[in-house]
Design a protein around this ligand. Sequence first.
Ligand code: PLP
Length: 463
Amino acid sequence: MKTEKDKNIPYKVYLSEDELPKNWYNVRADMKTKPAPLLNPGTGAPMDYEDLRSVFCDELIRQELDNDDREIPIPEEILNFYKMYRPSPLVRAYCLEEKLQTPAKIYYKFEGNNTSGSHKLNSAIAQAYYAKKQGLKGVTTETGAGQWGTALSMACAYFGLDCKVFMVKVSYEQKPFRREVMRTYGASVTPSPSMTTAVGRKILEENPGTTGSLGCAISEAVETEAANPGYRYVLGSVLNQVLLHQSVIGLETMAAFKKLGVKPDIVIGCAGGGSNLGGLISPFMGEKLRGEQDYRFIAVEPASCPSFTRGKFAYDFCDTGRVCPLAKMYTLGSGFIPSANHAGGLRYHGMSPILSELYHEGLIEARSVEQTSVFDAATTFARCEGILPAPESSHAIRAAIDEALKCKETGEEKNIVFGLTGTGYFDMVAYQKYNDGEMTDTIPTDEELQRSLAQLPAVPGQN
Ligand SMILES: *Cc1c(COP(=O)(O)O)cnc(C)c1O
């Protein structure tokens, strides 16, 4: 499969321990227009450090609000944990290229090589570290498909913190093994909506048969944090701090490409709340923003939850219960509940404010893809490259294959890299549906989206 011309490019590039990033990279430092601040849902005023202290850990708030420091040192305790599963490999997909008969060169950064099975551990360990350092007892959070809850329970176990996870009910029931992984790491897992919170009881009263949503689980986790002294709420995506931690992905990718002497032309990632994509592209975007290099960036989202491609750039609630701060982002409306597609990690109504601003400025492209074509790509990839990809990650595979096929038509030898964010072992019900020919695509109608966007909050001078 490797041709003569490529003989200097190995199948995999690993960095040595000394070559691992020692700082996270904060792309906001290089953005001319900074992402819009979070607003207080009651008063509409920008939230400062003091406003956020009752919800988030102190050091994480500093990171959330820091638009200026380009490099943030990674504490040694976190570097040590990273060394247990990082660097993640940058892999040249020679077999996939051969299968597609494309002149393009395809690379992927594989983040599924840890027990949580996804990139989410990169931020979970950082958030648990800062909670521990502040002397807290524990943290609360929500999880949809279960990857974030798993990553956080691993991180909390490592630092001896209590971890309370609200898991979207449909996943709790469909993925009992995910739940058991979390419990094995010592977390308590509650199906959401639950009777343990006022917001959960209200949602159940209004909608007794509901199988839950991420926005609803967030509301429950925040309420539980507020009711338990010594606890804070943590979130696995969307926030600026999470993109900061995930920059480790992009920094390693860039270092590996520099080692190879290769410059990627197109950088692709799936986009749920934007953390893996933001982390992967950050250092490359920095070069683009500083005018040093040019790259194309492509965000790939499900057609069933198309925040970038069909959403509105506006202030919105981060949760269904409307208790969280307002964020300015591409959103489908906080009441939007996507159809039951199988990429649980991509079923969020909003998007990272950083990526939203970059997309608004035309610095990132976005496309949406339907899940049957996503599983076509996943299956092709699994058969050539061996790794069984997560449905979320397979959105990026779909776009990478499509770009490689375009190169086949034009004869261009582009370098394409995509983020392979995780493995799909807990998604076999989805693969079963696909293999049995029972998978369908549900795309929201314009009317549905309009209905949900009509509920956006009124924000003077903004929406
Ligand atoms: C959560 C998740 C995603 C999507 O989240 P982002 O914050 O957009 O990165 C993608 N892939 C996997 C495997 C996930 O677990």
